[in-house]
Design a protein around this ligand. Structure first.
Ligand code: ATP
Ligand code: MG
Ligand code: FE
Length: 338
């Protein structure tokens, strides 16, 4: 089975071709980061326009690099949410047109499920059940993956996502978009114990997250330092902020692993690229005898290969869409049992 996958939920235009569920024949990612950088964040209208320009060349390139012909495609998978509505619509429209003209099935994929499935591409022997910690630009959640089409939500964020906090704090420190990788690099040379920032909802058995209090605390700290005329110690702020995020994520993830008796923990989403988070999770997993997986860096942030992987396994459960498929910008991660 050859799956063509399309992803355009935010600021990456991407297309991929997969053979079966786990063999990536091509994964083309055209990022708009440089375009949005001068605005300090993604400008939705510009993102949509760029997707329109990029989508067909990116699909063509994915087919070319896969060494196949467009007519060889057996099914088309596409992200239909969550994301920016105008951005999603470009991918959804293109995927529908391709599925219709090739007369093949269409599969609407939840972007967040896609982030989790990136792990199947990086760990060929990984199989459910496992616990998934999803930490992306707009979402933070713990999902018990009981089967390829059987998910149970343990909890998610009540307010800001971890990635959002990274980006906002970086912005206030004057660092370019996206802030996550910059904070990561700064944190590596800072003292994580320099400043005590809060950690929210840490009581046992609570799998919800909240990062807005931490975000405010860091912003207040920065403002008061500026007011006092102090030069900001950026590495210390980054390292201390990152420690707070990591402690909460690691604590909750292993509690969930313990409660469910899972023997594997996987990390997913753009923030999975954070070296501090990955390192702490790996150490904690080793200590507890838990297997820890996280995607290759290129598969952590938005890409179509992960959408193709999710689409393939969804198709096994008959999870096809019709040509009325619409973009659902607020689509969330929910329980699923098919
Ligand atoms: P969502 O998947 O929730 O819809 P998104 O698609 O915009 O959001 P992702 O592609 O999952 O987000 O990831 C982008 C996020 O990852 C940004 O917030 C970025 O700052 C963060 N990020 C990327 N690399 C790192 C890193 N090394 N450390 C921390 N954060 C990082
Ligand atoms: Mg992005
Ligand atoms: Fe994403």
């Amino acid at each position: 089975i050859l799956t063509l996958a399309v992803e355009s939920s935010c600021d990456e235009t991407s297309a991929a071709v997969l053979k079966g569920g786990r063999t990536v024949l091509s994964n083309i990612i055209s990022t708009q980061i440089p375009v949005h950088q001068k605005f300090g964040g993604v400008v939705p209208e510009i993102a949509s326009r760029k997707h329109i320009v990029n989508i067909l060349p990116v699909v063509d390139e994915a087919v070319r690099q896969a060494g196949i012909r467009l007519q060889d495609i057996d099914q088309v998978a596409v992200t239909y949410g969550p994301g920016l509505v105008g951005a999603l619509l470009v991918g959804v429209s293109a995927a529908k047109a391709l599925a219709f003209s090739l007369d093949v099935p269409l599969i609407g994929v939840n972007h967040l499920e896609g982030h989790i499935f990136a792990n199947f591409l990086s760990a060929p022997d990984l199989e459910p059940p496992f616990m998934a910690l999803v930490v992306s630009g707009g979402h933070t959640a713990l999902v018990d993956v009981r089967g390829y089409n059987h998910f149970h939500m343990m909890g998610q964020t009540r307010d800001d996502a971890a990635g959002e906090a990274f980006d906002k704090i970086a912005r206030v420190m004057g660092l370019p978009y996206p802030g996550g990788p910059r904070i990561d690099a700064l944190a590596a040379r800072g003292n994580a114990m320099a400043i005590d920032f809060p950690q929210a909802l840490t009581e046992k058995g609570n799998y919800e997250f909240s990062f807005s209090g931490l975000k405010s605390a860091v912003l207040n700290y920065i403002n008061s330092e500026k007011m006092k005329g102090h030069a900001l110690n950026q590495p210390d702020i980054a390292a201390s902020f990152q420690r707070s995020v990591i402690e909460v994520l690691v604590g909750k993830a292993f509690q969930a692993v313990q409660e469910t008796g899972r023997s594997t923990l996987v990390l997913a989403g753009g923030v999975a690229a954070n070296s501090g988070l990955e390192q702490r999770l790996r150490e904690a997993a080793e200590k507890r005898g838990v297997r820890f997986c996280y995607p290759d860096r290129i598969l952590c942030t938005d890409n179509a290969a992960m959408i193709g992987c999710r689409g393939f396994y969804q198709s096994l459960a008959g999870g096809f869409s019709d040509l009325y498929l619409n973009a659902v910008p607020g689509l969330s991660l929910t329980d699923r049992n098919e």
